[in-house]
Design a protein around this ligand. Structure first.
Ligand code: PHB
Length: 399
């Protein structure tokens, strides 16, 4: 897997340096003082192939602040935004600078699994809470006891999709996933759950995380004539995939498309064209989620961002700011373990629906919706029609 891209010889001195400066940070000298601004270090891919994730999360975090003010316990809240361009070595360096130099009260963001994993040791060593707003490989929250997650996990979405498929006459499936943490989670949890429901995954195909070419795997899928192809691709790749799916004639050949909701991402869905109609996915957020809280959120987000439609990344960012604000209000601005404890167990109504931060696993507990792409007022949306209520990450059952 690509989570360890640097060589040991390069990493070791960097680690030693990080440990030394973090020791200084923990000694109290570098700890934020009462009266100082409460700084939140937001690390996101603002450039590069995953920049849409950064744009969505930044917009949502700024919306939260515009709606909820910038003062907590008499101190100013300051958002420090850093662009890691989706490169793990950069995330690690930025996280270290934010903890040691800026003395942030929390780290947040993390657009991809390798980026969250790169920052995890710094959260542990600096005793700095780290809110994962995007990355979704199940194991991330186990990489540091200071990590809390407001996005989702792939096992949760994959299991919800497998249950629906097994109950809806889908029998032979090819799975197609991005070849790294979240894709491997999706592949494994879909296949196991689908088999338990009587289905079979007849082939497991993977594409590279960056710049994938879908033609060979789509050709292979077409030749194998499955009932459906189950897809996980990271946010940002859905349109290219959908275009090639149509070009290869898979829709005409009667191969159904199912997946986790990342592939019919609200960020891109409106421009995907009719090939997306009828695609069924499982996910935790749809911009079409029918609740007054969501309607208000979508309206405010679009008004502040030139009509941009919020996607699941935006809601992860918005809820991440929510738990940070409520946590800091409860601790009167104290960070560290106190802030971590104040985020655990929070329950509230998010634009996605009711959520709780599971105090045992630090994962978000939420409804997983099954949705179908339909036109609403002439525009494509993920229309929710079924839900598994208050799902916990199945990969952490019994924890
Ligand atoms: C991840 O890298 O964990 C990730 C990225 C984009 C997604 C889902 C998961 O849409």
């Amino acid at each position: 897997m690509l989570m360890t891209t640097t060589t040991t010889s390069r990493r070791f001195p960097l680690r030693a340096l990080a440990a030394a400066s973090l020791l200084a940070a923990c000694s109290g000298l570098a700890q934020a003082q009462a009266g100082d601004a409460l700084k939140i270090g937001l690390i996101l891919p603002m450039t590069g192939p995953f920049a849409s994730t950064g744009k969505q999360i930044e917009a949502a975090a700024r919306l939260w602040m515009a709606q909820n003010g910038t003062t907590i316990a008499g101190r100013k809240v300051e958002l420090i935004l850093k662009d890691d361009a989706g490169v793990a070595d950069t995330t690690r360096r930025l996280a270290q600078e934010l903890v040691v130099n800026d003395k942030v009260v929390a780290l947040a963001g993390f657009g991809l699994t390798p980026l969250a994993l790169a920052a995890a040791p710094l959260a542990t060593q600096g005793k700095t809470p780290l809110v994962v707003m995007a990355a979704a490989t199940s194991s991330i929250t186990e990489a540091s006891p200071f990590i809390v997650r407001t996005s989702f996990t792939l096992p949760t979405a994959a299991v919800a999709m497998a249950d629906w498929a097994a109950k809806n006459k889908v029998r032979r499936v090819v799975s197609l996933v991005a070849d790294y943490g979240p894709g491997i989670d999706a592949e494994k949890w879909f296949a196991e759950r689908f088999a338990a429901g009587g289905g079979t995954v007849i082939d497991k195909l993977r594409t590279p995380m960056r710049s994938p070419d879908f033609s060979p795997v789509l050709q292979k899928t077409r030749d194998e004539k499955p009932d459906a192809v189950f897809v996980f691709l990271p946010s940002g790749q859905g349109s290219v995939f959908m275009k090639q799916f149509a070009e290869r004639g898979l829709d005409k050949a009667g191969v159904k498309l199912i997946g986790t909701g990342d592939v019919t991402d609200d960020d891109l869905l409106a421009d995907m064209g009719d090939v997306a109609l009828g695609v069924v996915t499982a996910h935790h957020y749809s911009a079409a989620h029918n609740s007054p809280v969501n309607k208000k959120f979508v309206e405010a987000f679009q008004a502040a961002n030139n009509k941009l439609r919020p996607n699941f990344m935006a809601v992860g960012g918005y809820d991440g700011m929510h738990i940070l604000y409520k946590g800091l209000e409860a601790t009167k601005g104290e960070g560290g373990q106190a802030l971590l404890d104040a985020m655990k167990g929070q329950s509230f109504e998010s634009p996605r629906g009711p959520v709780t931060i599971d105090p045992a696993t630090r994962e978000i507990v939420q409804d997983m919706h099954v949705r179908r792409v339909e036109k609403v007022g002439g525009v494509l949306f993920n229309v929710e029609f079924d839900a598994i209520k208050q799902m916990k990450d199945p990969a952490k059952a019994g924890k």
